[in-house]
Design a protein around this ligand. Structure first.
Ligand SMILES: [Zn+2]
Ligand SMILES: [Zn+2]
Length: 156
């Protein structure tokens, strides 16, 4: 008889990241179905716990519009939000991470939050408070990296 542990020892390499990604796509799809995301339940001061603010309008407006090539259509490339395959000659939006979406799928999403629902790459926002938070997070990260270097240098 297989035990609980036998059945669970083949987990994806990074279950947490996988979970976060699925959760984001889930949210993006719920937008497609016209459901609203309730962001009122989060603590306003803690951006780590909630969706970042909408992408800056200028960033959204300047997202390149690309036309699906026959090769891309042949490969069965899909919009990650609605899971429909792109058709040849269809015009779609390209995020800076090169992920492609229907305008009708990504635009409402970016009106809610600034990151790619697939890989979480962030676009700039119009929210000064959030931009400040992001800078602060980068600074914290740099400090941590420096500490790690220092630690590495001491013990090698
Ligand atoms: Zn779509
Ligand atoms: Zn992406």
């Amino acid at each position: 008889m297989a035990s609980y542990f036998d059945e669970h020892d083949c987990e994806p390499t990074n279950p947490e990241e996988q979970y976060r990604q699925n959760a984001l796509l889930e949210l993006a799809r719920s937008l497609m179905q016209g459901l609203d995301i309730d962001s009122g339940a989060f603590d306003l001061s803690d951006w780590d716990q909630r969706l970042p603010p909408p992408a800056a309008k200028t960033a959204v407006q300047t997202l390149p519009v690309v036309v699906i090539s026959p090769e891309q259509a042949d490969k069965g490339l899909k919009c990650p939000v609605c899971l429909l395959e792109f058709e040849e000659q269809e015009t779609v939006r390209e995020m800076p991470c090169k992920h492609l979406f229907h305008s009708g799928c990504i635009l409402p999403w970016l009106g809610k939050t600034n990151s790619c629902p697939l890989c979480r790459l962030e676009l700039p926002t119009d929210n000064p408070e959030y931009e400040e938070f992001k800078k602060d997070k980068d600074r914290r990260k740099q400090r941590e990296n420096r500490l790690e270097d220092l630690h590495g240098a001491m013990y090698t």
